[in-house]
Design a protein around this ligand. Structure first.
Ligand code: SF4
Length: 156
C-alpha cells in the first residue's frame, strides 16, 4: 500500500439541491482512494480521477481541516451557508479506513463542523467510527447525526 500526503485546493462540494440519496447539502472526501477496496466500488471509475491503483494507493488531504475552517468562515462568505447535512465520505473513500488511525483527519473535521453547528451524515464500513462517538453525541445534541453503516457478507 502506498500513502501520499497532498494539499488539496478546495474541500467542500456544495449540492445545488439536497442530495436525494443521502439528504446532504454538502459533501467532502478527506482521502482519495480507499484501502477497503470493495470489489463493487465505483471509486475506481476514471471519471473520479483517483490517481494510482485503487485500493492500494491512497492520498491523504492533510490540509483538509485548514481548508474547511477557511471555507466555513462566515467572514469570507457573501452568501451564508444554508443549514443542511454535511456528508463525510463518499464515492472515492471511506473516512474511517485504517489510515485514519494515524492521521485523525476525520476527527478534526467533525470537531470543526461541531464548532459551526451543522448536522453530520457519516458513510462508513469501519468500526473505527466508534472512536468518535463523543463528537457525534455532541453533534446530535444540537443537530441530528446520521451514521450509515454498510457491511459485506459471505452469505448471499
Ligand atoms: S468502503 Fe466505500 S469508498 Fe471504500 S472501497 Fe468500499 S465502497 Fe469504495
Amino acid at each position: 500500500m502506498s500513502i501520499t500526503e497532498i494539499n488539496a485546493k478546495s474541500l467542500l462540494r456544495k449540492h445545488k439541491r439536497i442530495d436525494s440519496w443521502f439528504g446532504a447539502r454538502y459533501g467532502m472526501n478527506l482521502y482519495r482512494g480507499c484501502s477497503h477496496n470493495c470489489i463493487y466500488c465505483d471509486g475506481r471509475d476514471e471519471k473520479y480521477y483517483v490517481e494510482g491503483e485503487f485500493g492500494r494507493d491512497v492520498a491523504v488531504k492533510i490540509n483538509a481541516p485548514e481548508l474547511l475552517k477557511k471555507e466555513l468562515n462566515p467572514a469570507r462568505k457573501r452568501v451564508p451557508f444554508k443549514k443542511g447535512y454535511f456528508i463525510i465520505g463518499g464515492g472515492v473513500s471511506d473516512s474511517y479506513q485504517p489510515i485514519e488511525i494515524k492521521y485523525r483527519i476525520t476527527r478534526q473535521i467533525i470537531e470543526i463542523i461541531n464548532a459551526y453547528n451543522y448536522p453530520i451524515h457519516i458513510l462508513t464500513k469501519s468500526i473505527l467510527v466508534e472512536r468518535d462517538l463523543d463528537l457525534f453525541k455532541e453533534n446530535n445534541k444540537k443537530n441530528n447525526t446520521i451514521i450509515s453503516f454498510s457491511f459485506s457478507s459471505v452469505d448471499n
